[in-house]
Design a protein around this ligand. Structure first.
Ligand SMILES: [Zn+2]
Length: 71
């Protein structure tokens, strides 16, 4: 029966339909990995484009080129 390397603990993980946690070796590793992924998602910094938008908001709209309003 085929086994793969568990992405979480690096141990052998059974690659079979009977392993509901695959590619993880067990539910515990699966939950740990999902938890880590979720916590990382909260650490994504503000998009640079959002900061650029903040900068543009300080400009007088009438001074912007006309093609800048066609977004
Ligand atoms: Zn594991």
């Amino acid at each position: 029966m085929k086994t793969i390397k568990c992405p979480q603990c690096g141990g052998p993980s059974l690659w079979d339909e009977s392993n509901k946690a695959r590619p993880f070796c067990c539910d515990r590793c699966k939950l740990i990995d999902l938890g880590a992924w979720a916590s990382e998602s909260y650490q994504i910094p503000v998009q640079p484009s959002d900061e650029a938008y903040e900068d543009y908001s300080s400009y007088d709209a009438s001074s912007l080129p006309t093609n800048a309003t066609k977004h």
